[in-house]
Write a protein that binds this ligand. Sequence first.
Ligand code: NAP
Length: 310
Amino acid sequence: MADKKVIVVFGATGAQGGSVAAALLDDGTFEVRALTRDPSKPAAAKLKEAGAEVVSADLDDEKSLEAALSGAYGAFLVTNFWEHFSKEKEVTQVTTPWNFFSLQGKLVADISKRLALEIVVFSGLENVKKLTEGKLEVLHFDGKGEIEEYFREIGVPMTSVRLPSYYENLLTFFRPQKNKNGDGYSLAIPMGDVLMDGMSVKDLGGVVVTILKSPSEYIGKNIGLSTEKLTVEQYAAIMSRVTGKDIKDAKITLEAYEKLGFPGAAEVANMFRFLFMKPDQDVEVTKKLNPKAQSFQSWMEENKEAFKDL
Ligand code: NAP
């Protein structure tokens, strides 16, 4: 039997890469090379147990990336803006002492080109600054948009998958908060009555496997993912129905949200300003790529227990 082709998975110990690694291992068509900066962490051990080759690599270390990508057929790349809050670092990074232009996204693109990878699936997003002619900047989007453009510029066969807000954010960042008067809960997402796309990050893996198995159909495309478009009021109503708790849209304005003052609040508010413009997220295409992708109702039912202690 011929050796299986190798897919390198960045961020394999995290949400996106973890979903991709799990789906690839489950599908079995490809060998999975899972990257982490720390192969001794529990998530890495689990990947090994499940059949992945676990390799140590750092997006800031060119040599480690070159070794990790050698001999691979393709890769799934996710860069992590929130690790360093810097668009510059996500796109390119200056390392000392030689002031050498090391790269994260662009570095992976350059190495992929050098090693002639046949496909890279990149977790991209729109270059909002370019789309709005400089009127709006969303650094964690713009950086990914620049990386998409760079892959195309240097001619690496690449598909960009643009994720919407994960449903899983409702367990953490957007978790409903108890109202001050102790009566019910509020969902503080400043989208007004505009529909907001969402999906479970666990469904990304199935999407990426389909793309990797039919590359010619998807190379060169930017695919906006979504499994459902709902208003915050609709999200809250479904959450209330499933949990039996009274959860309502807090109807927080963008201006009030920005003033909450947590690290990155202005950046997140700018992201919502862009989401108001209804970026191109395609539910039909997402379901074609992953027919098992969950609706919000079904995700809530599966995660109901996690809201028990609201
Ligand atoms: P995550 O669960 O926090 O995982 C981050 C992963 O990145 C980890 O596996 C970590 O691996 C790896 N990593 C971080 N720095 C690295 C480095 N220098 N070298 C190698 N690996 C590194 O994050 P995620 O949710 O999967 O992905 C985050 C990205 O998703 C962000 O850029 C965000 O903008 C984007 N995004 C998020 C949403 C959302 O709704 N949350 C929606 C669309 C896009 P080790 O620690 O094991 O090395």
